[in-house]
Write a protein that binds this ligand. Sequence first.
Ligand SMILES: NC(=O)C1=CN([C@@H]2O[C@H](COP(=O)(O)OP(=O)(O)OC[C@H]3O[C@@H](n4cnc5c(N)ncnc54)[C@H](OP(=O)(O)O)[C@@H]3O)[C@@H](O)[C@H]2O)C=CC1
Ligand SMILES: Nc1nc(=O)c2c([nH]1)NC[C@@H]1CN(c3ccc(C(=O)N[C@@H](CCC(=O)O)C(=O)O)cc3)C=[N+]21
Ligand SMILES: [Mg+2]
Length: 286
Amino acid sequence: MSATLIDGKATSQKIKSQIAVRVEQLAQQGIVPGLAVVLIGDNPASHTYVKNKKKTCEALGMRSDLLEFPESFGEGELLEVISNLNNDPEIHGILVQLPLPGHIDEFKVILAIDPDKDVDGFHPVSVGNMMIGREAFLPCTPHGIMKLLEEYHIDPAGKHAVVIGRSNIVGKPAGQLLLQRDATVTYCHSRTVDLAEYTRKADILISAVGRAKFLGKEYIKPGAVVIDVGMNRDENGKLCGDVDFEDVLDTASHITPVPGGVGPMTIAMLMENTLLSAERGLTETK
Ligand SMILES: NC(=O)C1=CN([C@@H]2O[C@H](COP(=O)(O)OP(=O)(O)OC[C@H]3O[C@@H](n4cnc5c(N)ncnc54)[C@H](OP(=O)(O)O)[C@@H]3O)[C@@H](O)[C@H]2O)C=CC1
Ligand SMILES: Nc1nc(=O)c2c([nH]1)NC[C@@H]1CN(c3ccc(C(=O)N[C@@H](CCC(=O)O)C(=O)O)cc3)C=[N+]21
Ligand SMILES: [Mg+2]
């Protein structure tokens, strides 16, 4: 039996068409959701993602400003850019593409973003609100994963979810959102002893490691749902995930492809957060 493909591309299209309707409703009130993407340096992968975000914004009738600066851009200058965006009423969302050059303190930069415009969900206020189950901008990749599970009627309640990776932007919040949906959650990371011992007990396996074809079928419990967050290049330079897709196809019950799985959902959730921010501006006076 071959696993069911979890189609992130199709699911993200569906979500984006719903977003487009709401963008149109806002337009009738003279509001255009605006996202500012700040990109420092010339990491080619970052450029691809950022272009993707801009294209999607425009397709949905949203405004997207790309602010590009050289690798040598100073921390103080960046903080000033953010302060200006915080005060710009036409900007509803601010995304600073990570990673930042080594001379810039990432935490300081995230802290400078107005939590009301924190569409990445990386600000400690957003993280804290998410942790205690209050309203917050949810981090896009973990939120996208939850939407995929929902779309495929996979209820995490009572399941054992194993998350490989504990970064602040993917692994850690992914485990939290699964916990909120009543999964029993195990985190694994580079210091985990005998990884397969854990992953073979996973009903839902989330891999956010960043190593090409890291997981073969010996890591997978028969019938498991496999969510592959990894974005890697294989030996031929082709985009691939952490999971050896072909190898696990007969073991897993569901699997996300790379590309076409989690990635497109991340972008869709970013658009949704930006829209939500613009909609909130209507009901709140500041
Ligand atoms: N599809 C999408 O939308 C997105 C995809 N990505 C991709 O997801 C991947 C992860 O991203 P990110 O979380 O930012 O990456 P990080 O490098 O920040 O985190 C990687 C995690 O994997 C763990 N790890 C590394 N080696 C092993 C190992 N041998 N066994 C078990 N765990 C290990 C690390 O452990 P430790 O903490 O101990 O170092 C760390 O927690 C990347 O490929 C990235 O490109 C990222 C964001 C969005
Ligand atoms: N502040 C910040 N926020 C982020 O959300 C953020 C970031 N920094 N830094 C980098 C990571 C990575 N990330 C991806 C988003 C979309 C795809 C995506 O669309 N992937 C497509 C393929 C893209 C391609 O063809 O290259 C897919 O999987 O189908 C991938 C990766 C967001 N990130
Ligand atoms: Mg840095």
